[in-house]
Design a protein around this ligand. Structure first.
Ligand code: NAG
Ligand code: NAG
Ligand code: NAG
Ligand code: NAG
Ligand code: NAG
Ligand code: NAG
Length: 571
């Protein structure tokens, strides 16, 4: 007992000491929040090869308006305001102003904001006019958007939010924030009105924070895709502070769009060597990926409507597949007729798997998307978690032949840095910022988890339910020795000059027969085996699960999906 007392007394004193110290040294409430640390990649950044092209040069010319991308870090930006509650993980968010290391003669277009639950990460564009016409102007005035005095939130001091008022023919692209009620001076420092030729309409991107009807989100161009001109600026909008509607904020626009800032083939390979994902399949996964040639040469057959008794074997690269046309049901692929061979093909072949890369410009050629397509010959059935039933296999539901999945690396053409990764998940998906990814030790290779049977892509292991929160379709992700290192075997199938698309890319019909079972009927079958008092909630749950999860996206190839030329969807 005495020893107990003595040790514990010492411990108590020590803990008290730490506690008191904590208080006296605390400078601000952000101490210890992830946002206080600047994110750095675990490995070396890609080497920007000396090249005649415009990739990785730091500055991109939008056709008379040059933009540079400034990372938000300790030596470039200062925090002007934070709130410590609301938003992601209820940790609040912070607003930053660029203060140093802005390239000479470039001007701020607005401020930057990010959630406090992330390490300090991201960047914002600054601009310079390089034309006889002034493509940039200081604002005529600032509108007071509002202030945060009346918000019942933890904050060091209130924020005052301002939006530039521009001369006719010019548009504002970002908001400014001050810590005192004085209007920002109308000096050259805030040369933030952009000539309309270089702007286009914007909309809300990711929600950064929201509380009591007030919301803050990044801005992105409304029209996005490989041919779209809208440029992502990195500014944000603060909505709901004032009751009067505000004039819209705009995105930038690349009037040139000559794609001269896209990486060359050699540069693309360096980028993929740096950021190629590592994909973990579930330990219980039986249906692994394969290369398309493995699928073809192991007996996959091409069927034609009306001639079903004469399927034909498929040549390597799909040279005998019908080209072009549309996703009608005139042709489809199926397994070999032989039972043993069929079972073999279903299981794929991890060791010979290749991934297929589609390289495409995004945000007016200021970013490069490297879409990493993975083919699995078979998509296994769906499992449901329902009340006390942890795992109810749903018979055939979810099964289909020919499963195309993807993750997309979005890389800055200013500096070759990875910005976001898109994880495709059953016809939707999630964009994850580079600071929130898991990486292979000491490298910049993102870790990806493929869900059991459905092969949906996730950034974290564990269980994700799609339904009503506690019940729904299971997505089980776990590390195992079934792992695909995408950097080891890949083929660029489209988007680089000189690359000829293999014929299978232009096969636009289904990679498996049309899923023929009746989902409704199968579900009714499951409901029947449940006790009667559970049936109603079972129906209620299954009605909430989007049909495309149960039926899957359908076995169409990469080019049939609008993501081929469009932006990745948002969750
Ligand atoms: C911050 O960004 C600037 C501008 O790119 C860069 O020069 C500097 O090295 C960075 N500083 C740190 C501490 O990462
Ligand atoms: C702050 O906003 C409130 C409205 O929410 C307004 O009444 C007040 O005048 C503003 N304060 C200043 C100093 O602008
Ligand atoms: C595209 O624009 C860049 C930068 O102004 C210029 O150097 C290059 O010659 C242009 N390329 C083409 C193909 O027009
Ligand atoms: C059916 O397929 C076989 C094998 O490809 C082909 O020889 C035959 O001409 C086809 N018949 C019709 C009616 O298209
Ligand atoms: C498939 O096509 C690619 C180019 O598109 C070529 O490099 C490769 O040799 C072809 N493979 C076969 C097996 O024909
Ligand atoms: C994962 C993803 O975003 N898939 C989309 C790709 O495009 C098709 C349309 O062709 C959409 O239905 C999918 O949701």
């Amino acid at each position: 007992i005495e020893m107990y007392n003595d040790t514990y007394f010492k411990l108590l004193v020590f803990v008290l000491f730490l506690f008191v110290n904590q208080f006296s040294w605390a400078e601000s409430q952000t101490d210890g929040l992830p946002v206080e640390t600047v994110f750095t990649f675990p490995g070396p950044l890609p080497t920007i090869l000396p090249d005649e092209g415009g990739f990785g040069k730091g500055i991109i010319d939008l056709g008379g308006l040059e933009v540079a991308q400034v990372p938000i870090n300790i030596s470039t930006a200062q925090r002007v305001w934070s709130t410590y509650e609301g938003g992601r993980d209820n940790m609040g968010f912070s607003i930053f102003e660029l203060t140093n290391n802005i390239p000479r003669n470039f001007f701020k277009l607005g401020f930057y904001a990010q959630p406090n639950n992330q390490k300090r990460f991201g960047s914002i564009l600054v601009a310079r006019s390089v034309s006889s016409i002034s493509n940039l102007r200081p604002p005529e005035d600032f509108i007071e958007v509002g202030n945060t005095t009346s918000l019942n939130i933890k904050q060091d001091w209130p924020a005052y939010v301002w939006q530039p008022v521009c001369l006719d023919g010019y548009q504002a692209v970002g908001m400014f924030v001050t810590a005192d009620p004085q209007k920002p001076l109308l000096t050259q420092e805030y040369t933030s009105c952009v000539r309309s030729e270089f702007t286009e309409q914007s909309e809300a991107d990711a929600l950064l924070w929201g509380i009591e009807g007030v919301s803050v989100f990044n801005l992105r161009p409304i029209i996005r895709g490989t041919q779209a001109t809208g440029v992502y600026t990195g500014t944000f909008s603060f909505q709901g502070l004032s009751s009067t509607p505000l004039p819209p904020l705009f995105s930038l626009k690349n009037t040139k769009l000559n794609m001269s800032c896209m990486p060359s083939e050699a540069q693309t390979r360096v980028l993929f060597q740096t950021y190629s994902p590592l994909v973990y399949f579930h330990p219980e996964e039986d249906f692994l990926p394969s290369s398309v040639d493995w699928f073809f040469t192991n007996g996959a057959l091409l069927y034609q409507k009306g001639n079903e008794s004469n399927p034909v074997p498929i040549q390597p690269n799909g040279t005998n597949l019908p080209q072009g046309g549309s996703n009608d049901d005139l042709y489809w692929l199926d397994y070999p007729v032989d039972k043993t061979l069929k079972e073999k093909v279903k299981r794929g072949d991890l060791s010979s798997t290749k991934v297929y890369l589609h390289i495409k410009p995004m945000f007016g050629g200021t970013y490069t998307d490297i879409v990493v397509w993975i083919f699995c010959p078979f998509n296994g059935n769906a499992n449901l978690k329902f009340l006390f039933i942890k795992k109810l296999p749903l018979g055939d539901i979810g099964e289909h032949i020919g499963d195309w999945e993807h993750v997309t690396l979005r890389i800055s053409n200013f500096n070759g840095m990875l910005w976001r990764v898109y994880f495709a998940e059953h016809s939707k998906g999630t964009l994850v910022e580079a600071c929130d990814l898991e990486y292979v030790d000491g490298e910049n290779k993102p870790v990806v988890y493929s869900s059991l049977h459905g092969h949906a892509m996730f950034s974290k292991p564990g269980l994700v339910l799609q339904g009503d929160g506690n019940n729904g379709i299971r997505n089980d992700m776990e590390r195992s020795d079934k792992v695909l290192d995408c950097g080891l075997g890949y083929e660029v199938i489209a988007g680089l000059s000189g690359v000829v698309e293999p014929p299978w890319v232009n096969y636009l019909r289904k990679w498996g027969p049309q899923v023929s079972y009746d989902i409704e009927k199968s579900l009714q079958g499951f409901a029947k085996i449940l006790p009667w008092f559970l049936r109603k909630s079972f129906y209620k749950l299954t009605s909430k699960i989007p049909v495309e999860i149960l039926g899957e996206e359908g076995p169409t190839g990469p080019k049939d999906k609008s993501n081929w030329t469009g932006d990745e969807g948002h969750s």
